[in-house]
Design a protein around this ligand. Structure first.
Ligand code: ADP
Length: 492
């Protein structure tokens, strides 16, 4: 059995705290994987201080040299891909093929960021004065807090830590409580890649304790967060008091709009993959299918058939299509939302309960669930569930479909299924989401393409892709006067 420790100032820490948290396989609660030592507030402060002390030397390390370390981390992720995928599946529950996919994303992101280290260009700008010019330099903030959730416990930390390091920041990484194994292994990989002591610190512990301590520490100059809306807004408020930048990626309530001119089988398969893949535990998961009345019966019959065809099971079993909810709390939340859907008058077509079967009884498995005749005012159409639950909302035409699709505080991802080019472009123009997909699922994204949402989903610069370093850099403007004499007159 493994003990997970925090990593502070170049050493694995034996915490003075007596608090620990068990790491349990959600597919089989009798599979006890290890114990995390939870750090104290004082230890979290030490992590920030160590990052603060390491900052100057890391900032002065040439960006391409920092990039080379991140490139090595990408190679090590590749070399250890299978082992990491196994750890991920065992502690988070997703299937091995989903875990491998997550690893691929993490590797691609790290490679991309390493390349960006040679492109940290500013600009030179001509002055209106003779023998003068100006230029800009991209500089790091200092200590950056990276606070991450459990659903992509390798890819999300990598898409925060890699650009933060490449930009020259030092990092305090606070992962979710339920995925300490992947956090520790990821940290080991960055250490092996050559990240110097203090430059990357890992703090295991409760968000309300160590997370709170880190975010409110005076030396932390920026906070990058992915997680629930409630926590994100709280961190945003706290950071605002100190005037520091925040990047929050929060919930989603992602719609697919299915129009008459669609390829029905494609629409059904993409919706099913988007809704039930990764057990619905993706911020980009499809949670609302908005379908024209004229084709709704056919869509509903096919999606129910597909939902019933998924095989639930331990993610480590290659026969499994869908793994369990991550833990008891999440499992109960999903079941609670299913009850709310019923009480609010939606029609439950399939699923709606704990999955039964010999190999499932010790895990947090929920049957893929489809509700029909959901209306936009119902809680299951408005609140993020984060489980394998799909709501079908029937509408009369394109106009109503767009009103319903945009009737959400969230704005992360969306899809439209149609072969009518006019409707595609109208959809792209009208949909209020940060990312949208044409004839493909709401999920997924590529490492070199910006990722993120609008409305209450996203705050601050987009992560990944061409925008990935924006959040982690500030601009310094330099004026150079090479006339060698006192300036005559005033320049403004
Ligand atoms: P989820 O429901 O996905 O776990 P949370 O928003 O609760 O989402 O958690 C996401 C991350 O934020 C986790 O690492 C968690 O420990 C951390 N966190 C939770 N509360 C706070 C807080 N008050 N301050 C800082 N971090 C927090």
């Amino acid at each position: 059995m493994t003990t997970y420790r925090s990593y502070i100032n170049g050493s694995w820490l034996d915490s003075v705290s007596a608090k620990t948290a068990p790491n349990i396989n959600p597919a089989n609660i009798n599979d006890f994987i290890g114990t995390a030592q939870l750090a104290t507030r004082e230890e979290a402060r030490r992590a920030v201080e160590s990052a603060y002390n390491a900052f100057k030397s890391w900032k002065n390390t040439p960006a391409p040299a920092r990039g080379r370390i991140v490139a090595k981390a990408a190679r090590l992720l590749e070399e250890n891909k299978e082992e990491l995928a196994q750890i991920l599946t065992r502690e988070e529950g997703k299937t091995l093929s989903e875990s491998r996919g997550e690893l691929t994303r993490a590797i691609n992101v790290a490679e991309f960021c390493a390349g960006e280290s040679r492109r940290m260009n500013g600009e030179t700008i001509p002055s209106e004065l003779p023998a003068n010019f100006a230029y800009t330099i991209k500089e790091p903030h200092g200590v950056v807090a990276c606070i991450t959730p459990w659903n992509f416990p390798i890819a999300i930390p990598v898409w925060k830590i890699a650009p933060a390091l490449v930009a020259g920041n030092t990092v305090v990484f606070k992962p979710a409580e339920s995925t300490p194994g992947t956090a520790v292994r990821l940290c080991e990989i960055f250490i092996e890649a050559g990240v110097p002591p203090g430059v990357l610190n890992l703090v295991l512990g409760r968000g309300s304790e160590v997370g709170d301590e880190i975010v409110n520490h005076r030396a932390v100059r920026a906070v990058s967060f992915t997680g629930s809306t409630e926590t994100g807004i709280k961190l945003y408020q706290q950071a605002a008091k100190r005037g520091i930048p925040v990047q929050c990626e929060m919930g989603g309530k992602n719609p697919v709009v299915v129009l008459e001119d669609c390829d029905m089988d494609l629409a059904v398969e993409s919706t099913a993959q988007g809704a039930f893949g990764s057990t619905g535990q993706r911020c980009t998961a499809t949670s609302r299918a908005i379908v024209l009345n004229t084709i709704a019966d056919e869509f509903v019959q096919k999606i129910v058939e597909r939902a019933k065809s998924f095989r639930l099971g331990d993610g480590g079993d290659p026969e499994s299509h869908i793994g369990p909810s991550v833990d008891e709390k999440q499992f109960n939340t999903v079941l609670k939302y299913i009850d709310i859907g019923r009480e609010d008058g939606a029609t439950l077509l399939c699923g709606g309960k704990r999955a039964e079967g010999e190999s499932l009884e010790n895990g947090y498995f929920i049957e893929p669930t489809v509700f029909d005749h959901v209306t936009s005012d119902m809680r299951i159409a408005q609140e993020e569930i984060f489980g394998p639950v799909l709501s079908v909302l029937r509408v009369k035409d394109f106009e109503e479909a767009m009103i319903v699709a945009n009737d959400s505080d969230y704005g992360l991802s969306s899809s439209v299924f149609t072969n009518d080019a006019n409707d595609i472009f109208r959809f792209v123009q009208e949909i209020e989401t940060g990312m949208t997909h044409i004839n493909s699922p709401t999920t997924g994204g590529e490492a070199h393409i910006p990722f993120g949402g609008i409305k209450s989903t996203g705050i601050g610069a987009r992560e990944q892709g061409s925008t990935s370093l924006d959040f982690y850099t500030e601009l310094k403007v330099v004026y150079v006067d090479y006339t060698g004499r006192k300036r005559e007159g005033n320049l403004y």
